[in-house]
Ligand binder design. Structure first.
Ligand code: GAF
Length: 389
């Protein structure tokens, strides 16, 4: 469905249900070219917002009630502002309530509201469907309550919402990409200083193809939090001898050899991947600046191998897809994307070869994994914006 149709449909439904015209905010999902699990280690990432987004239609009420509807699930949920807390039995309201709590935490006087959510970001595909909803909610409330937070502050509020209401101790990448995206550009973000630069990413004859495994293994969020702890443990060990080290961003492989490897092989593997990945991204940005997409593509395969064998956040479905496209002319670079344990493989591909590739890989995957393979050609679009008032 086109964006205009989505907005018309959600606005019309809103009028039917609540009797007034809503504000409609769109916030997109994201891809990440390279730099995975580096954000919470104060490294760099290279994401972009895409043409799949969450849409929130919303208007304030005159009381303390919050009335929510998830249009795609045909579910509703209500709560009072005075009783705000994470919900246990369903997850989607948390991506709206978490952001509301951030306004409360800042001492802002809130009002109740009605909202309808609809989204075409596939859930569990590693495209940040949850960050998209969080960013749409923060942005919409900032507008309606006239709180004037800047985009970076809103990114931080959306990230905190994920920590507190979804229980995933995520880094800043997903919310930053959703909020700050720019059409046809990737964002090189320094996750320590929050300095960022846009790099053009629109190459003649080259497309981004997302292959969705349609699997999300349940250990995704618990393993995510475990990886964070493993990285922190390595930093603690190194810090004892190297006081200027604050995060894996400051660490070299020589330091890992000296202080981490002798103590714990697993923690060494995890942190070594991060140290290598930060360097790989920096070199990958140089490739992009030189227009050498083939060199960047090679690094994407290296990233996948590191995520699979060292960081151990891949799974057999993701590995199958990456191995299938390895050494195929159609594919310049491919790797699993996002937190891991399922979701999408991002492929940088030659446009003319896409149909042939799908014809080969779809039946092979479906036969081997007994799961459907879905695919999207993603375009890079602007970040969070108001679509209608
Ligand atoms: C998830 C998290 F939300 C991000 O912050 C990031 O750490 C990513 O996994 C891995 O790079 O999407």
């Amino acid at each position: 469905m086109s964006e205009n149709n989505i907005v018309d449909k959600v606005a019309q439904k809103f009028v039917e249900l609540y009797g007034n015209k809503p504000l409609v905010v769109k916030s997109p999902g994201r891809i990440n070219i390279i730099g995975e699990h580096t954000d919470y280690n104060e490294g760099f990432v290279l994401p972009a917002s895409i043409d799949k987004a969450a849409y929130l239609a919303i208007s304030l009420r005159n009381d303390d009630e919050i009335h929510l509807r998830a249009e795609d699930l045909n579910e509703t949920f209500s709560i009072s502002l005075n009783d705000l807390k994470p919900v246990n039995d369903v997850s989607w309201p948390n991506y709206i309530l978490g952001p509301v709590a951030q306004f409360q935490n800042k001492g802002i006087e809130l009002k109740g509201f009605n909202a309808i959510l609809t989204s075409d970001v596939p859930i569990g595909a590693g495209l940040s469907s949850s960050a998209a909803v969080e960013c749409a909610t923060v942005f919409a409330l900032n507008e309606l309550l006239r709180t004037n937070f800047d985009r970076l502050e809103m990114v931080k509020m959306a990230q905190k919402a994920e920590h507190e209401y979804a229980g995933v101790m995520c880094g800043i990448m997903d919310q930053f990409a959703s909020m700050m995206g720019k059409k046809d550009h990737v964002i090189k973000l320094d996750c320590r200083s929050f300095e960022y630069a846009y790099f053009p990413f629109k190459l003649e004859g080259i497309k981004i193809l997302l292959l969705d495994t349609n699997v999300k293994h349940s250990l995704a969020s618990s393993e995510y939090n475990t990886r964070r702890k493993e990285c922190n443990q390595a930093v603690m060990w190194i810090k004892e001898f190297e006081p200027n080290v604050h995060s894996l961003r400051d660490v070299t492989e020589a330091m890992l050899d000296k202080y981490v490897l002798p103590k714990d092989k697993i923690i060494d593997k995890r942190s070594r991947f991060i140290v290598q990945e930060i360097n790989r991204l920096l070199k990958g940005c140089e490739d992009l600046q030189r227009g050498d997409i083939y060199s960047l593509g090679k690094k994407m395969f290296e990233t996948h191998d590191g995520l699979s064998k060292m960081y151990e956040v891949s799974c057999k479905e993701l590995d199958y897809l990456v191995d299938f496209v390895r050494n195929k002319n159609a594919v310049i670079g491919a790797r699993m994307m996002g937190g891991g344990f399922g979701g999408c493989v991002i492929n940088v591909v030659n446009e003319t070869e896409i149909d042939k590739l799908i014809e080969a890989i779809k039946p092979a995957y479906e036969h081997e994994m007994k799961l459907p393979l879905t695919y999207y050609v993603a375009s890079i679009e602007n970040g969070t914006e108001i679509l209608s008032y």
